[in-house]
Design a protein around this ligand. Structure first.
Ligand SMILES: Nc1ncnc2c1ncn2[C@@H]1O[C@H](COP(=O)(O)OP(=O)(O)O)[C@@H](O)[C@H]1O
Ligand SMILES: [Mg+2]
Length: 410
């Protein structure tokens, strides 16, 4: 069919033509925003899920909802390696300006602006002028300790918002990339604004390990946030995600074609978009049939291997790749860390560093102590395609050669 009309949207954070199966989540968050505006206590939210389940698109949707409700909003994505002050300061500055436009600078506004100015200066953030016509006041957000200063700053901005009868909703994607200190600072900030019932809400998203990272950073994080888990869609929603966009364009998605796609994709949103997109391009006008799905599937798998899976694989060392291959040997799902090591033919301690590096890179995660699972759905099958033969690990033996042996050239 005409590619120009192809409605499917495979890609990171691309708004799908039909945001299927997430109504409840969106409804809950939307209720939280109303409660925030009504000065009722609200817990922050951290959306958890593997890559490609649709966290970013839900975050974007909620961002729009918040803006429509008149909240002051900002959305940032935590970069790998982190730099939270640099990320947040300009956004908080923008919010202060937006609040300021609603009335002349008041006492609270001046305090918030002071805090921001101090924060920017102690954390050497590069930012435009923080100029609300105020003199610097020491004592706000200027200790140089992020865990002290970020809460001070967020609290000051939230107080200013309260004075303006407004509320702030901060969205942060890829939260698992924050350093422990940054995550702790953010959690402390949420804790403090919650205790003062200030109108500030954090909605974040990250890989599943985020829940444990937050709990390790501050043990009370468990009670401070809700952690909605996003997984594959249920089959009815997955069907809607495929069928509705086609129907809007007068195209029939035959039932057994839909079922074939649900089977290969296991109802993971990103894969649904990829299959929808590719099968559309080869299907005859007006109709998508099972034979079209069967015809296109090998090409879609190849496309995913070369792009989605491959970019992650290529960033790894040989030993890290081998570790993942051993996991794949054990099949999908979580595996005992000891079993993975045994499959590799080594002691768990010998590959503990590689495992930790894979966790830090967001390739694997650990739901329970001593278990390891992929953060990308169907990565096990990719690993088996990529490294078709599995070889056990043979650590290089250090050879201690005597000086005489070296001289003899042995
Ligand atoms: N509920 C949904 N229904 C249909 N497609 C979706 C849904 N959620 C996400 N997608 C699609 O899945 C892909 C990945 O979404 P994204 O938000 O980037 O996932 P994540 O942030 O969890 O990695 C995008 O192509 C998006 O259009
Ligand atoms: Mg995302």
């Amino acid at each position: 069919m005409d590619r120009r009309n192809n409605p499917y949207a495979p890609g990171a954070g691309l708004q799908p033509p039909e945001l299927a199966g997430r109504d409840r989540l969106i409804e809950d968050a939307s209720t939280d925003m109303d409660r925030l505006l009504a000065h009722r206590p609200v817990k922050g939210m951290m959306l958890l899920g593997l890559r490609g389940v649709g966290k970013t698109v839900v975050l974007n949707r909620l961002w729009r909802t918040a803006a429509d409700k008149g909240l002051q909003t900002t959305k940032v994505e935590a970069p790998e390696g982190g730099a939270l002050p640099q990320l947040l300061a300009p956004e908080l500055r923008r919010i202060l300006y937006a609040l300021d436009l609603q009335a002349a600078a008041t006492h609270r506004m001046r305090e918030a602006a002071s805090a921001l100015r101090n924060f920017v200066s102690v954390f050497k953030v590069k930012i435009g002028e923080v100029d609300f016509g105020i003199e610097p006041t020491p004592g706000y957000a200027d200790t140089g300790q992020l865990e002290q200063d970020l809460p001070d700053l967020i609290e000051a901005v939230a107080v200013a918002a309260e004075e303006r009868k407004s509320a702030i909703c901060l969205f942060i994607d890829e939260l698992q990339y924050l350093s422990k200190m940054e995550l702790a600072a953010l959690i402390v900030a949420c804790h403090e604004v919650a205790q003062r019932n200030l109108p500030f809400l954090l909605i974040g998203a990250g890989l599943p390990q985020l829940a444990a990272l937050a709990g390790n950073a501050k043990s009370y994080a468990e009670r401070l946030f809700t952690y909605p888990e996003m997984g594959p869609l249920d089959p009815a929603a997955a069907q809607d995600a495929l069928v509705h966009p086609a129907r809007h364009l007068g195209v029939v998605f035959e039932q057994d074609a839909v079922e074939a796609i649900l089977r290969v994709t296991e109802c993971y949103p990103y894969f649904l978009q990829e299959w929808g997109f590719h099968v559309w391009n080869i299907a005859p006008a007006g109709r998508i049939r099972r034979v079209d799905v069967e015809q296109v599937s090998p090409a879609v798998v190849e496309h995913l291997d070369a792009n989605f899976f491959r970019v992650r694989f290529d960033r790894l060392t040989a030993l890290q790749q081998k570790y993942l291959r051993a996991m794949a040997e054990l099949g999908p799902g979580a595996h005992k860390t000891g079993d993975i090591a045994a499959t590799l033919g080594v002691k768990a301690a010998a590959v503990a560093t590689s495992r930790q590096q894979l966790i830090d890179k967001g390739m694997v995660w650990s739901q329970r102590h001593g278990e390891t699972a992929f953060t990308v759905p169907m990565f096990d099958a990719f690993m088996r395609r990529q490294m078709s033969v599995f070889e056990r690990h043979k650590p290089k033996r250090r050879r201690f050669r005597s000086g005489r042996a070296q001289k003899r050239g042995k």
